[in-house]
Design a protein around this ligand. Structure first.
Ligand SMILES: Nc1ncnc2c1ncn2[C@@H]1O[C@H](COP(=O)(O)OP(=O)(O)OP(=O)(O)O)[C@@H](O)[C@H]1O
Ligand SMILES: [Mg+2]
Length: 239
């Protein structure tokens, strides 16, 4: 399903252009982070890739195919949790997969252990804190063993230690072979996690570069302006 090749992607509801011929090519390795101002279309791009809504024009090719042949999981900014136990939230998500009930339970136990929620397995998921909910949502996605994991601001509104816990989980999922494509407004997080940065503004990818290079030498005027706005103490960039 890789390289993922997006060409001329357009999303223009009611004459308002949000994505205006977006091109992007992604390899199947590493963590790619989408940055950009509010309303740039970051969440929308993830939703289009997840097939949750159709684009108005353009193409998304997974390798040479129109549909991904590997599993894809998406975690939303406000994860949707079922009014059931922590355990059931993961176990339920695995039911469509061909595996025995015992295997499903074992995999559920395993991911809950790894995200540090094993001791909360019997609690109602709706009672979890924000950071715990995000960890549960990640555990659920992880259990599905996705080839591509889409994460929309997975640590928005989490405190630094919850953020660190979530970042550790994201790294582990990547290490196990999933490609991660995520959005964040936390530039510290982007420098910690990203292999490459996709800078989205005005309906297009303005810049796609290795993370280190992006932060040290942003090439596009839009990315420079964005970083200067977000990091006002960085008055000038190295040339
Ligand atoms: N299904 C939809 N139908 C119509 N308009 C939509 C739809 N989804 C998103 N939009 C519009 O597309 C624009 C981009 O939204 P999106 O949520 O992708 O922004 P974003 O880059 O994720 O911003 P933020 O940083 O605030 O999360 C917004 O103006 C939004 O109203
Ligand atoms: Mg968004």
């Amino acid at each position: 399903m890789f390289p993922l090749s997006i060409k001329g992607l357009r999303f223009a509801p009611e004459q308002r252009v949000v994505l205006d011929g977006l091109d992007l090519e992604l390899s199947g390795e590493g963590i790619s982070i989408i940055l950009g101002p509010n309303g740039a279309g970051k969440t929308l791009l993830l939703r289009l890739l997840a097939g949750l809504l159709p684009p108005h024009a353009g193409s998304i090719l997974w390798g040479a195919a129109a549909l991904p042949d590997g599993r894809l999981a998406m975690v939303f900014q406000q994860p949707m949790l079922l009014r059931m136990s922590v355990f059931a939230n993961v176990e339920f998500a695995l039911r469509p997969q061909a595996m025995s009930a015992a295997e499903r339970r074992a995999r559920t136990d395993n991911v809950l252990e790894r995200v540090g929620l094993a001791h909360r397995a019997k609690d109602c998921a709706r009672l979890l804190s924000g950071g715990e909910r995000q960890r549960l949502a990640l555990a659920r996605a992880w259990a599905m063993q996705p080839r591509l994991l889409l994460l929309d601001e997975p640590t928005a509104s989490l405190d630094p230690s919850a953020t660190e816990a979530v970042e550790r989980i994201i790294r582990e999922i990547r290490t196990e072979g999933a490609k991660v494509l995520m959005t964040t407004h936390n530039l510290g997080q982007a420098t910690r996690l990203a292999d490459d940065i996709i800078f989205l503004a005005e309906g297009r990818v303005q810049e796609h570069a290795a993370a280190q290079r992006f932060f040290a030498h942003p090439q596009s005027p839009a990315a420079r302006a964005f970083l200067q706005g977000e990091l006002p103490w960085r008055i000038a960039f190295d040339r």
